[in-house]
Design a protein around this ligand. Structure first.
Ligand SMILES: Cc1cc2nc3c(=O)[nH]c(=O)nc-3n(C[C@H](O)[C@H](O)[C@H](O)COP(=O)(O)O)c2cc1C
Length: 208
């Protein structure tokens, strides 16, 4: 199984990047292959439909699309900005949603966050579910949010609290199992339609 893992923070010394790196180690320990990306590889100019002339896509969205297609599932550790998704992550999702076929459709995803706050950035993840589920991504029901992230890591980069560290690993292993089942047991797959009865036309079509 191959997993695209990245932190949706552009900040040096990001807590979310630390959490994403730890997820990589846990996945590899449990037998997965990890394609670790940096958010800077997926960064795009502000979305503008006028820039889509002749089917062109910014380099960052091309890269994100390619890496989604090359992996079985994706894992994002995202900061929370003002109780919601960081703007550059939503911007990149909007650009990638314009590819045909649309790569989030039927792709499994796990959401994580880290923040110095007591909520650990969890509210951003509920916001993030909305565009992903709209696009047909299979977002794992469990999420992982690391509260008080400035105090939560050991100097070696592990989660200091043993109970939380166990929950982190269990969440990742459960997500691996579901991704593997979805890949090898096609009866788990379900076709996704935007809503019942829609007949896409050039103005409304957004998914492949
Ligand atoms: C514009 C802005 C808005 C923020 N809003 C929130 C917030 O709503 N909730 C929260 O927990 N932290 C918030 N923070 C603090 C971030 O959680 C903190 O900067 C965190 O370190 C960002 O993640 P990173 O370390 O991976 O870059 C905000 C930070 C910025 C810059």
């Amino acid at each position: 199984m191959r997993f695209l893992v990245f932190s949706a923070s552009l900040r040096n010394d990001s807590f979310n990047t630390r959490l994403a790196k730890l997820a990589k180690l846990v996945l590899e320990k449990n037998g997965a292959k990890v394609d670790f990306a940096n958010m800077s590889e997926f960064d795009c100019p502000s979305f503008n439909q006028d820039l889509e002339l002749n089917g062109s896509h910014p380099q960052g969205s091309e890269e994100f699309n390619k890496r989604l297609l090359a992996n079985d599932a994706f894992i994002i550790s995202s900061p929370e900005y003002n109780c919601s998704i960081p703007g550059f992550l939503k911007n990149t999702i909007d650009w990638v949603s314009r590819f045909h076929p649309q790569p989030f459709n039927e792709r499994h995803g796990l959401l994580m966050s880290a923040s110095p706050s007591m909520a650990g950035g969890n509210r951003a993840l509920w916001s993030l579910r909305i565009p992903f589920e709209h696009l047909g991504a299979r977002i794992f029901p469990d999420m992982f949010s690391l509260a008080m992230a400035h105090k939560a890591f050991t100097p070696e980069g592990n989660i200091a609290d043993a109970t939380l560290a166990k929950r982190f690993e269990e969440t990742l292993v459960a997500f691996m199992s579901l991704t593997e089942a979805a890949k090898h047991y096609p009866c788990m797959k379900k076709a996704w339609v935007e809503f019942l009865g829609e007949k896409p036309d050039p103005i409304t079509e957004r998914v492949g």
